[in-house]
Design a protein around this ligand. Structure first.
Ligand SMILES: Cc1ncc(COP(=O)(O)O)c(C=O)c1O
Length: 482
């Protein structure tokens, strides 16, 4: 495909882009329980205005765009006040949770290089429930990830397992407030005490839970301490683009002190161009997400967020109740916030996803790992509140429809084949056969994904990762329209 020889009209472009989006997940009806954080029409309107106002400003150099530094500093101050109000805490605006987590690890790695030069092979201690963003950080920054088991009933990190994993090479411990998969709050205080005792940094990942937790506490949820008020917590991440209802591309990473944040920053003066000084990963960057985040926070205010939190709290309790009352379902852990994982012992829970989709709902599959069985994940936003009863009814119907479908024979076959093989001998050609058997022909995803998910679930993680990369690498290729 080439750039069109002649420019198209604005109308033509709008029509074409609208047509592209025709197959995308629709979310405005409050029936999408993952990916989307919908604050409603007013929030969208002010966010879009602010985003467009700052779309073309460049955050590369705050000396020429001082307003962007002002906005960022106000956002960081609000984040620090929200997460403990401890003097000295500083932050940086980032493009999302992954960047915030990666920068926390980068800070720890470079801090160790300066302060603990004996460490040649840095290690990160990571409960298996910590977000994959930390795996990515280790992968990108050549830090060894040391995975530690969690309690397989509560899915909370085990302080004693964390302590056992610490070695002279440990640079940082991570815990979640809350974990994405099961929505549970790790025991932050005991882990922070361990971090302090061993003189290692401790990052609390509040990307998804950090913003809501203080509101749920105010609503009476029995939650432990999790923020900078806990001595030993040295950094935190919190996403504006999740339950603060700001547009995507908005998160914050906070450090206990400026001295620590110094290790996050990057400067380069030994080249022929302009001097680079980047606090975060991006260099040139639009001011859109930052301005939109500032606008949404100021538009909703604390009382607006409290109102949203009440709706989330209410919807979560209605849905939890519905799951508990359905004998065909079983919760994995007891969520501390609005993120739920459940499974079934009678049939593959992945059938529920297809059944819910047929009824107009989007819910998310999660694979089994380390005691967390294959499950269905729900992220419950304020927009689900009005539909919560309807959701429970659709879920009950879906369970009845899924029951006769049982478990995949094919996945069982794959599992037994795999048990005879050394995962190291797994060949790409075999994977293609497996995928074909699961229903992927000519690049078309099967409409019923339950079988595919059951197969992916039985593959060893390394093989699943290989399969996913193959799959995406194949899909991100331009194909002429027939
Ligand atoms: C706990 C946690 N950390 C990190 C992330 C990564 O955030 P993002 O998708 O914004 O990169 C997520 C995303 O859901 C999360 O739940």
């Amino acid at each position: 495909m080439k750039i069109p020889a002649h420019g198209k009209s604005k109308d033509q472009i709008k029509t074409e882009l609208e047509a592209f989006s025709g197959r995308d997940l629709s979310w405005r009806d409050g029936k999408t329980l993952a990916y989307i954080y919908d604050g409603g029409a007013d929030v969208e309107e002010i966010a879009k205005w602010a985003y467009m106002r700052y779309l073309t400003e460049n955050g590369l150099d705050p000396t020429v765009y001082p307003s962007m530094m002002l906005i960022e500093n106000e956002l960081s101050a609000m984040a620090a006040a929200h997460l403990g109000g401890v003097p000295g805490v500083v932050g940086s605006f980032t493009s999302g949770g992954t960047e915030s987590c990666m920068l926390a690890v980068k800070t720890a790695r470079d801090y160790a290089r300066a302060m603990k030069p004996h460490i040649k092979e840095p290690e990160l201690v990571l409960p298996v429930t910590a977000h994959a963003a930390f795996h990515k950080a280790c992968h990108y920054m050549d830090v060894k990830k040391v995975l530690v088991p969690v309690d397989t009933k509560t899915f909370k990190a085990l302080p004693e397992a964390v302590e056992k994993a610490i070695t002279p090479n440990t640079i940082q411990i991570v815990a979640s407030a809350v974990s994405y998969a099961h929505g549970v709050l790790d025991p932050i205080e005991p882990i922070a005490a361990i971090a302090k005792k061993h003189n290692v940094l401790f990052h609390v990942d509040g990307c998804i839970g950090g913003f809501l937790l203080p509101y749920f506490k105010r609503l009476g949820a029995p939650l432990g301490e999790f923020d900078f008020r806990v001595p030993g917590v040295t950094s935190m991440s919190m996403d504006w683009h999740k339950y603060a209802y700001c547009p995507k591309g908005a998160s914050v990473v906070l450090h206990r002190s400026k001295e620590l944040r110094r290790f996050q920053m990057y400067a380069a003066a030994d080249w022929t161009g302009y001097t680079i000084i980047n606090p975060t990963i991006q260099s040139s960057k639009t001011g859109g997400p930052m301005a939109a985040a500032w606008a949404v926070l100021n538009f909703l205010g604390d009382d607006g967020y409290m109102n949203f939190s009440k709706r989330i709290y209410g919807a979560t309790n209605t849905i939890l109740d519905g799951i508990r009352k359905n004998a065909g379902l079983r919760l994995l852990g007891e969520p501390d916030l609005n993120l739920i994982a459940f499974t079934s012992d009678e049939f593959s829970c992945y059938h529920i996803i297809d059944e819910m989709k047929a009824r107009g709902w989007y819910v998310q599959p999660q694979f089994g790992y380390h005691g967390s069985e294959p499950n269905v994940h729900l992220s419950i936003g304020q927009n689900v509140f009005d539909n919560a009863q309807e959701f429970v009814a659709a879920l009950n119907d879906s369970v009845e429809a899924a029951k006769p479908k049982g478990f995949s024979q094919l996945a069982a076959k794959v599992k037994s084949e795999l048990s005879r093989m050394n995962p190291a001998e797994f060949k790409p050609a075999m994977l293609n056969d497996l995928m074909r058997a699961a229903g992927i022909e000519d690049g078309q995803l099967p409409r019923k994904s339950a079988e595919l998910n059951q197969i992916l679930n039985v593959l060893p993680p390394k093989v699943t990762e290989f399969a996913l990369i193959e799959f995406m690498n194949e899909r991100y290729v331009y194909r002429e329209k027939k």
